[in-house]
Design a protein. Structure first.
Lengths: 216, 234
């Protein structure tokens, strides 16, 4: 009975058109919706700073100049024609989450964070993106990347004493239909990777590491 | 009779193909427009140096090292990622993009109290011989510093919206080097990315406005950079 009704309905071109429009709406709707996600950064402990660091730092402004619709966008969705307004969005601005993650990484490694401080660390999330490597029938792996610039500013003079730009990456092969399942951990790892590059940079650490007592 | 019918059928089929091809040409033609134009930047940054500058600066060589555009291409709006050709492209009639940016930098520095020494707009690009580039470096021996530029990348990112015009984010990334003329060493360098977001977009005028806005943002970052200013501020 059900099958017969289905066949009768499908013979009507108007019903076929409505079903097609509905399917198109469903298919495109996915990439035009904002999907809220929860992201917390937990950077691993790195090499701790030796005791008695020679200066402290304050965390300054962290800007977000990525080419995305707004600062809450973790990843902009894409269809075959390029990026869409659909996105995975976080509860707090991504720059703020990144700053919190960086603060916890610095504290874990023994960087003294005070307010005010001789140095101020400023950041700028400059660009981010996704690259899909296609397999035979389905995507094989997805690479997430983020480029961030950091400026260490001398608080007394307002001059930049050091700056560098890092690109954090993460590749995921564990692709599932529920995209949140891999987007959130991959983005978290990508942000942590960027933070780790900064915290382990020897030129950056030089401003805080105590002078060796047996230095020539 | 049958033969006449076959002939007319063939003609109709041929005509159908011709009309399909014309339609395809029309459709693709619309999205592959190129605009030839002139452009002069008018930087809006207003953050003058405090006091008489302690050093002068000459505008040096501005390069264009974009890998996806020729030296005269101002900007292009890309097609879908799977298609390589741009949809809309703006290119300059007489000057190079690097030359336009160099003039813009001279204007921005001049109006903010920097003592600039520099010749007229150049038309230099990556195809120049090394000899000409070297002579450009010796152009202004009286200036303390030489400011050189390098366009690293520029482009438009089209973010589609379901029921409205797309959002177009335009960016321009430029590296600046401040060279001490006495020893020819770079004393300072930095890279800035200027941006602008627009929703009303079509034609060459849009591309020119978007490029001008992005370069204005670059100039603002350069002129207001405290480390850069420290070489000139008394």
């Amino acid at each position: 009975m059900k099958t017969k009704l289905f066949h009768v309905l499908m013979k009507d071109p108007r019903i076929r058109a409505i079903i097609c429009i509905g399917l198109a709406g469903l298919a495109t709707g996915c990439v035009f919706m904002r999907k809220p996600v929860t992201l917390t950064l937990a950077p691993p402990a790195g090499q701790p700073l030796p005791a008695g660091s020679k200066a402290s730092l304050a965390l300054g402004e962290f800007k977000d100049t990525r080419l995305v619709t707004d600062g809450f966008v973790l990843v902009q969705d894409e269809n075959a024609y390029g990026p869409t307004e659909g996105a995975f969005v976080t509860e707090k601005p991504v720059a703020e989450l990144f700053r919190d993650g960086l603060r916890s990484a610095l504290e874990q490694d023994g960087f003294p964070i005070t307010q005010p401080a001789p140095y101020e660390l400023r950041g700028n999330l400059q660009s981010s993106g996704v690259r899909v490597i296609e397999g035979f029938m389905f995507p094989r792996e997805i690479k997430f990347w983020l480029t961030a610039r950091f400026d260490l500013v001398d608080s007394a003079t307002g001059l930049t004493v050091w700056h560098d730009t890092y690109t954090g990456q993460n590749t995921t092969t564990n692709l599932t239909w529920n995209r949140k399942m891999f987007v959130v951990p991959a983005c978290s790892n990508m942000l942590v990777n960027t933070i780790t590059q900064l915290v382990s940079d020897r030129m950056f650490r030089r401003y805080f590491e105590p002078q060796p007592t047996n230095a020539p | 009779m049958a033969s006449t019918g076959n002939k007319s059928g063939t003609a109709v089929r041929a005509l159908r193909w011709v009309s399909w091809m014309a339609l395809a040409a029309l459709l693709t033609g619309c999205v592959a427009s190129s605009y030839r134009m002139t452009l002069a930047l008018e930087p809006s940054v207003q953050d003058p140096l405090r006091g008489v500058p302690k050093a002068s600066v000459a505008l040096g060589r501005f390069r264009d090292s974009r890998t996806d555009a020729a030296w005269y291409v101002l900007l292009y709006k890309p097609n879908a990622p799977n298609f390589l050709k741009p949809t809309e492209l703006a290119w300059l009639k007489t000057n190079s993009v690097a030359g336009v940016l160099r003039d813009g930098a001279a204007e921005a520095l001049g109006q903010n109290g920097f003592k600039t020494i520099g010749g007229p707009s150049d038309t230099f690009h990556n195809g120049l011989t090394a000899a000409i580039e070297r002579s450009e470096f010796k152009a202004d021996p009286v200036a303390s510093y030489l400011l050189c530029g390098d366009i690293k990348s520029a482009g438009c990112r089209n973010i589609q919206r379901l029921f409205a015009h797309s959002i177009i984010k335009t960016w321009l990334t430029v590296r600046f080097d401040l060279v001490n003329q006495a020893d020819r060493l770079t004393v300072w360098h930095d890279t800035y990315t200027g941006q602008t977001t627009m929703t009303n977009h079509s034609g060459g005028e849009f591309l020119a406005i978007a490029f001008a806005a992005a370069s204005d943002d670059v100039m603002r970052q350069l002129v207001t950079d405290r480390t850069f200013r420290s070489y000139f501020e008394p």
